[in-house]
Design a protein around this ligand. Structure first.
Ligand SMILES: [Zn+2]
Length: 315
């Protein structure tokens, strides 16, 4: 049994086929280029999925699609896609299902990443919160072994918890959201305000093969003992702890799984985050919850493929 996973982002569309154990068999990708229009995009998406299915010798049984934005999983429709020309009410699952003759399931991309993080850990219990740390901060919840979408497909928007009323401006237009403190852009803005000479900083701490002022460089600097970098990560960890504390109090999960590019710097910010957890009064859920960093930072396509298989099996 093979599942096809599709991750639709603003820049690229990634497709890949996975076994139920999460082994990748084949992959392809194309540029989203949403400027070419909705019909053109759906045509290219269908063609790419059909080609991938064709390479799997009839063994594909399902398709899972993760897409950024406001998704209606029941209708199979992307209600609003800010990264794809702001398209509204784009039917995605239906046309693919018709063209491929396979069951297709669409979810918000953070939910698919959450499922990937959850499914990748064998023997795990049924309650988990997965947090994708990148440019934005996404969240997904698995409750009693099921992906929880909420009543309208919008559950898990942890990035827009307000942690400081009237605080920093967020990409969503509001102020004080978790994302405005812990998204990679916010972390690097904080770093920029503290690092006096960016060029010298990059020369000293960045990987020589990738000499860039980014979160990877900032993590290397913190590990090397740079005080400014350590402070930025400490602040980020405290903010993340504050945001996630609300989720822990609400759901009492067994695990919090961190994924996404910025999760690679977890060693730099986890101590501060755990301090916030340790200071909570209702102590039991914070003592018991296990905070894990997923092995892979890119779980979108795999999560989508495994989720499609899981849902198809339940039909
Ligand atoms: Zn926000």
């Amino acid at each position: 049994m093979i599942g096809i996973g599709i991750d639709i982002g603003g820049t690229n569309v990634k497709l890949a086929a996975f076994t139920a154990e999460g082994r990748q068999l084949a992959e392809s990708r194309f540029k989203t280029e949403s400027g070419r229009g909705r019909a053109d995009f759906l045509r290219r998406l269908t063609e790419a999925a059909r080609a991938l299915k064709g390479s799997l010798a009839g063994k594909a049984v399902s398709v899972g699609i993760g897409m950024a934005g406001d998704i209606d999983p029941d209708a199979g429709v992307a209600r609003f896609s800010p990264n794809l020309c702001g398209w509204r009410d784009l039917p995605v699952a239906g046309p693919l299902e018709k063209a491929l003759k396979l069951p297709c399931f669409i979810e918000n991309d953070a939910n698919m990443a959450a499922w990937g993080a959850y499914a990748a850990e064998p023997g795990a219990g049924g309650n988990a919160i997965a947090v994708t740390l990148g440019t934005g901060i996404g969240g997904g919840m698995i409750l009693n072994g099921k992906l929880y979408h909420g009543s309208h497909g919008s559950a898990g928007e942890i990035g827009h918890f307000i942690i400081r009323p009237g605080g920093a401006r967020c990409g969503c237009g509001r102020r004080g959201c978790l994302e405005a403190y812990c998204g990679s852009g916010a972390v690097m803005a904080a770093a920029r305000a503290r690092v006096k000479n960016e060029e010298a900083f990059v020369r000293k701490y960045a990987d020589p093969a990738r000499p860039r002022f980014n979160t990877v460089c900032l993590a290397r600097a913190a590990r090397a003992g740079n005080a400014a970098a350590k402070k930025v990560w400490r602040d980020m960890g405290e903010s993340l702890g504050m945001g996630l504390a609300g989720a822990v109090l609400l759901f009492d999960p067994e695990r919090i799984i961190l994924t996404g590019g910025v999760s690679r710097a977890a060693d730099c910010f986890l101590p501060a985050m755990k301090k916030v957890f340790a200071a909570q009064s209702i102590a039991t859920p914070f003592k018991r919850v296990k905070v894990k960093v997923s092995r892979s930072a890119d779980l979108g396509v795999m999560g989508a493929a495994l989720y499609g298989l899981h849902r198809a099996a339940g039909r």
